[in-house]
Design a protein around this ligand. Sequence first.
Ligand SMILES: Cc1cc2nc3c(=O)[nH]c(=O)nc-3n(C[C@H](O)[C@H](O)[C@H](O)COP(=O)(O)OP(=O)(O)OC[C@H]3O[C@@H](n4cnc5c(N)ncnc54)[C@H](O)[C@@H]3O)c2cc1C
Ligand SMILES: NC(=O)c1ccc[n+]([C@@H]2O[C@H](COP(=O)([O-])OP(=O)(O)OC[C@H]3O[C@@H](n4cnc5c(N)ncnc54)[C@H](OP(=O)(O)O)[C@@H]3O)[C@@H](O)[C@H]2O)c1
Length: 391
Amino acid sequence: MADPIEAAGPFILLIAQRVNSSAHDRRDWATVSCRRADFKVGRPMSKRVAVIGAGPSGLTAVKELLEEGHQPTCFERKPGIGGVFRFDERDGVVWDSCRLTSSGLLTAFSDFPVTHEQQEHMPARSYVSYLQRYCDHFGLNDRIQFNTTVESVTRDAESGWTVRTVASTGARHEEHYDAVAICSGLHQHPHLPAFPGQERFTGTIMHGSQYRRPAQVTGKRVLVVGAGESGGDIVEEIAHAAVETVLSLRRGVAVLPRKIGGVPNDYYTTRLQYSTAHWVFQTKNPKDRWRRAIYVALSWIVLLPFKLLETLFGGLGWLIRRGVFVPFQRPERRQKTLGRIRMGMYLRRLLDESGGTGWEQFATKTENFVRAIVNGHCRRVGPIAGASPRT
Ligand SMILES: Cc1cc2nc3c(=O)[nH]c(=O)nc-3n(C[C@H](O)[C@H](O)[C@H](O)COP(=O)(O)OP(=O)(O)OC[C@H]3O[C@@H](n4cnc5c(N)ncnc54)[C@H](O)[C@@H]3O)c2cc1C
Ligand SMILES: NC(=O)c1ccc[n+]([C@@H]2O[C@H](COP(=O)([O-])OP(=O)(O)OC[C@H]3O[C@@H](n4cnc5c(N)ncnc54)[C@H](OP(=O)(O)O)[C@@H]3O)[C@@H](O)[C@H]2O)c1
């Protein structure tokens, strides 16, 4: 297979994983803790708490602290709320058309539902509006200091923490707090891997977090690396604007289509499904053998009806994928069915190549890139020669 770096031409777009920002941001804060037990209602004193970050986690931390009678101050380095989801032309993470991969229904906080229109996969902008309504409703706005970056947090000799901040004006400030809640996010720092031969490449190299809209790639030949949710979504949009779009994958992908049976895939999430105790599979202790046998036997009683249904629908799916019903359909309907069959077969192929089942790995919760490949808008190639194998 041709080396995609050589084949890409004048433009290259690299989509890669985002580094867990805790490694960067928690440099000096490794020992800072914020346990709920420290804030129990009924404690004699309300505490002063510094909350770092006004993304979804920081906002709900502020709201909970207020409800329990504490005095939170939230520091946010950006000029607005929303964290990752806040669109920013220069310094943002999301692209203009970014849509959530989790449904509004389940992404919303349990005590503040989304509107009816936001229940499916809302645009990131719409989610930020939801968060703004959350702030207005629970009176959080006065608690947030925007354009203020927390530089360090150090433990004080007696108790509590000294929090040092710097405002965008350059003004530095330090203050004592009883506790600190670190809500600085997981997806703030892009990771751009280096590929052998990159120095010979004359086109533009950019990370997915720098992509904003299709106009950036109009008339270019684009190589996208990776089909996580960034690559998986962006590829289809790019494929409609670029002269040629090539997707490089170093392995298969477990794909969970955004919608299954016409509804967001996470509507099928159940506690039953995800509640299998870890020790059942992980324990090496012989004493657990009986407990495990009982657990597995009981699980089967619960799972049996699901397994039967799965086999029934799996069999139907097999027949549908092989087009058994197609000859009996009207032409326009037949085209749709054939399209679905091609998608289904490609999804299956990607899962087989991923070397695991859908349950054993983090799934890409968008099928947009698969549609682009199946419809011939995007060509798939293997890994860049010499690229690091997946660890
Ligand atoms: C493109 C994209 C789409 C995503 N879509 C989904 C989705 O559909 N559903 C889903 O559940 N998850 C999604 N995620 C994952 C998402 O990142 C997290 O679910 C969510 O952002 C977690 O919120 P958070 O508040 O913990 O962190 P963040 O949203 O990252 O917010 C952290 C905030 O802390 C601020 N901050 C950081 N350091 C400092 C500092 N030193 N001083 C002051 N402020 C600071 C940052 O500016 C930021 O505003 C997506 C991620 C990406 C990259
Ligand atoms: N619309 C949305 O809601 C949305 C959009 C974007 C992101 N997100 C969220 O944001 C988080 C990050 O997602 P992401 O897609 O940005 O990153 P990601 O999930 O880490 O995916 C990175 C992709 O790049 C590939 N890759 C990484 N290093 C590579 C290398 N050296 N060589 C070749 N390929 C390499 C990976 O391949 P392997 O698979 O082989 O490792 C993977 O396909 C996730 O939690 C996701 O849910 C959500």
